[in-house]
Design a protein around this ligand. Structure first.
Ligand SMILES: NC(=O)c1ccc[n+]([C@@H]2O[C@H](COP(=O)([O-])OP(=O)(O)OC[C@H]3O[C@@H](n4cnc5c(N)ncnc54)[C@H](O)[C@@H]3O)[C@@H](O)[C@H]2O)c1
Length: 259
């Protein structure tokens, strides 16, 4: 799909990988709606790139539907969904006090990362499926839209304490192929990026020695990933019509150690 002129939704667009993706989409000529819980950040990014900021909780059906409609009213219906909003967590199954980890902590991460991704995807897909297929020079292969989800290498090699996070991201990876198969009839593609370690506000808040040791664990290049590298891949997935149903690791050949 040619990104130029398309309306795009970027969840989690106010920070980190989402912010970089919103910036790259705008650079490539998309009309970008920055969807985020954090409106200060969403507005900062949207103002910078000439997009719009839309309040959104990806896990909430009404909030997500409202965000899709608000963005469509400003930019026309979106053909691109970048689902990047997510939260991290680390919790031992049995705590130092000998007690079992609270179930609510596990449920919260699943609710944002996995249910939030599905919620955003189903509502976007329903709106996108109603659109006319894209055509170029009078020719069309039936393409209507594309979604990019964000998993993590923790979907495959999660560390001690990452049970909830890994399960949520493995769920995102796992639904990629069935959703691509399901939505093929509507001409909507689905791919997932599984990032390794990226220099976003989350990781940059760690002490410098910790950042350096994390970077050194990456075979090559032995540095944290740049958010712009994530954004480039996300936009490439949109442009390359034959990428579908795939989970792509973007990690410098990193395999996470147990701890
Ligand atoms: N940074 C990394 O190294 C890394 C590695 C692997 C996977 N990821 C994944 O990439 C995504 C982005 O990570 P980041 O490092 O850029 O994080 P970040 O915290 O910088 O950005 C996440 C954004 O999502 C928003 N958000 C959180 N919950 C939301 C909700 N319910 N509804 C709407 N918006 C919500 C936050 O307000 C924030 O702006 C996450 O899904 C994360 O799990 C990041």
């Amino acid at each position: 799909m040619n990104i130029q002129g398309q309306a795009a939704l970027v969840t989690g667009g106010g920070s980190g990988l989402g912010e970089a993706t919103a910036r790259e989409l705008a650079r490539l000529g998309a009309k970008v709606a920055v969807l985020d819980l954090n409106m200060d950040n969403a507005q900062r990014v949207a103002q910078d790139i000439g997009g719009i900021a839309v309040p959104c909780n990806v896990s909430d059906p009404d909030s997500m539907q409202q965000a899709i409609e608000t963005a469509a009213a400003a930019h026309g219906p979106a053909r691109i969904l970048m689902q990047i909003a997510g939260i991290g967590s680390a919790k031992r199954v049995v705590g130092k006090d000998g007690n079992a980890a609270p179930l609510e902590d596990f449920a919260k991460v699943i609710n944002v990362n996995l249910i939030g991704t599905y919620n955003a995807a189903r509502l976007f897909a329903a709106a996108c499926a109603k659109l006319a297929p894209l055509a170029q020079d009078g020719q069309s292969d039936g393409a209507r839209g594309v979604m990019v989800f964000t998993a993590s290498v923790a979907a495959f090699d999660g560390q001690v304490g990452q049970q909830a996070y890994s399960a949520s991201k493995a769920g995102v990876a796992g639904m990629t192929l069935p959703m691509a198969r399901d939505l093929a009839q509507h001409g909507i593609r689905v791919c997932t990026i599984a990032p390794g370690l990226f220099a976003t506000p989350l990781l940059k808040s760690l002490p410098e020695p910790v950042q350096q040791s994390l970077a050194a664990s990456i075979p090559f290049p032995a540095r944290l990933g740049k958010p712009s590298e994530f954004a480039e891949l996300a936009c490439h997935i949109v442009s390359n019509d034959h990428l579908n149903g795939e989970v792509i690791r973007l990690d410098g050949a990193l395999r996470m150690a147990p701890r």
